[in-house]
Design a binder for this molecule. Structure first.
Ligand code: XMP
Length: 510
């Protein structure tokens, strides 16, 4: 088993980021609810414990507390923001409301050197976000760093191996934040750094082989990163005992269906069955313009097609799903179902004859899934694929979906993606795609008056799709895209750029 760190979640906005930083430093960690008891922590056997930030004040009546006995287990502890205040208050110190909160970049000044500050200059920038501050420390603790407004920006007890930082070492604006986390892991907790994607792959393959034995496995391949990487891992473990079904609903982007067949079927050699169902989906979508109705129809039809294919394959023992760690953490908080609600897989378990679900990626964050994808030799267009909605282009065509509209949208979208790639912007934009608006406008093309579709371009930056900002694509790039779309795409004579953030808009138009 890997050495592991326990991150106790007090509800801060950067909690998953803390966990990702720790994993990046090659130490496995889990995010768990903050009400774990000392016995449960002991049984988990972490090499260190991190207490996250959170929105509460430690002195508020309903503020989340911590089982004090955790501090007596002899396991090193690092508190961040709320976590730091909670340790201070619990172990003899005091936390008060500051006259003025501290938000943003501040100069961090080291006042006492310890292993926590090795490699950290005596003055560096840290990122603060707090209204309360630690006004006194318990006897065993001493101040290790301060800012102009915050007397205790870092404190600790080397003897007890308990430390706290008021700032956020996990955000990139904290210049040496990562170094401080690294110091905690390697100099205080004694980590060795055994969490690498190569190790992960080797272990998963061995585990999958042992579990699957000679049995059969089925996977619904959508072309998305998670299902692709999950299927490839299983394929590496048991080869053609795995059968993948790829339902092509005809609503994918240009060349995408062929790419899936080429990468996984022709090149990797997977047993990949493609169900060409485009015509069926179009028939079902005839005359339908309400977005939610489109989604429901597509979801239901998808399951029906998959079921037909699965019946041809017969009973299997396992079904593979591309569940990843954020899905697991969120469902642990009671926010969602354990099985992904994504329409591509959500309804499958009920129609497939199988005994057990395999989720080989359930411990991984998205960036780790991508690293595994690269290590497994998958091409960049699969591994770095943008998030793409299950109902596909159907929700990027306003109103009724027709074959002709699909063709227009596909061509426009392809040009948009091509130009973004040529401009080297693809890594900096979360999602970028074309939308076929339900508006027609007058244009002049050559000597003719035209009455054709308006194409909207949507491009956003985001970290989790919960909020998003419209991407500042340079005008020259937009100009080139507009010229190419109006020049090369049939039935499009005008291009507009969407400059709305989320909220108030959503990323997709439907
Ligand atoms: P919105 O449009 O709600 O999108 O801002 C947030 C993220 O979710 C994706 N999205 C979907 N994904 N089925 C999916 O699998 C859907 O029906 C769906 N609708 C939106 C969207 O692309 C964005 O990444």
């Amino acid at each position: 088993m890997h050495e592991r760190v326990l991150v106790l979640d007090f509800g801060g906005q950067y909690d998953q980021l803390i966990a990702r930083r720790i994993r990046d430093l090659k130490v496995y960690c889990d995010l768990k609810p903050s009400d774990m008891t000392a016995e449960e922590v002991k049984a988990y056997a972490p090499i260190g414990i991190v207490l996250t930030g959170g929105p509460n004040s430690v002195y508020a009546e309903n503020a989340p507390r911590i089982d004090e006995k955790i501090f007596c287990l002899g396991i090193p502890v690092l508190g961040i923001c709320y976590g730091a205040q909670l340790i201070a208050q619990t172990l003899g110190g005091r936390v008060e409301r500051a006259e003025k909160g501290e938000y943003g970049r501040r100069d961090l000044i080291i006042v006492k050197d310890t292993p926590m500050s090795e490699g950290v200059p005596s003055r560096s920038v840290c990122w603060m976000s707090h209204a309360d501050y630690i006004s006194a420390l318990g006897e065993e603790f001493e101040t290790l760093a301060s800012t102009a407004a915050c007397p205790v920006a870092m404190y600790g007890s080397e003897q007890r191996k308990i430390f706290g930082v008021q700032f956020h070492p996990e955000v990139v604006h904290s210049e040496f934040g990562n170094k401080i986390i690294e110091n905690f892991l390697y100099r205080i907790c004694g980590a060795h750094g055994d969490w690498t994607m190569n190790n992960f792959i080797a272990e998963q393959i061995a585990r999958l082989r042992e579990k699957i034995g000679e049995k059969r496995v089925l996977c619904a391949m959508s072309g998305g990163v998670d299902s692709a990487v999950a299927a490839t891992l299983v394929y590496r473990a048991v080869g053609r005992q795995l059968v993948c079904v790829f339902v092509d609903h005809g609503l994918l982007r240009k060349h995408e269906a062929d790419e899936v067949m080429e990468v996984f079927g022709d090149k990797l050699g997977m047993d990949l069955v493609k169900a060409d169902a485009g015509a069926r989906f179009l028939k079902k979508l005839e005359g339908v313009s309400d977005p939610e109705t489109k989604r429901k129809i597509i979801g239901a039809e998808f399951i029906e097609v998959f079921e037909e294919e699965a019946k041809k394959i017969g009973a299997v023992d396992f079904l593979v799903q591309g569940t990843i760690y954020p899905d697991v953490v969120e469902s642990g908080k009671g926010k969602g179902a354990v099985i992904k609600s994504h329409h591509n897989v959500g309804g499958l378990p009920s129609v497939v004859d199988f005994k057990e679900i395999l989720e080989p990626l359930r411990d991984l964050f998205k960036d780790e899934v991508r690293k595994v994808g690269f290590e497994l030799g998958l091409p960049e267009n699969v591994v770095m694929r943008q998030p793409f909605p299950g109902p596909g282009l159907a929700i990027r065509i306003m109103g009724e979906v027709t074959r002709e509209k699909l063709e227009t949208l596909r061509d426009a979208d392809f040009i948009f993606r091509d130009e973004i790639k040529k401009a080297g912007l693809q890594g900096r934009i979360w999602q970028y795609f074309a939308v076929l608006t339900n508006a027609k406008t007058v244009g002049v093309q050559g000597d003719f008056r035209t009455y054709e579709n308006v194409i909207a371009l949507r491009a956003v930056t985001s970290t989790d799709a919960m909020t998003a900002d419209w991407a500042r694509i340079p005008f020259e790039v937009l100009e080139k895209i507009s010229q190419r779309i109006t020049g090369e795409v049939k039935h499009a004579n005008r291009v507009v750029y969407d400059i709305t953030s989320k909220p108030p808009a959503t990323i997709e138009w439907e």
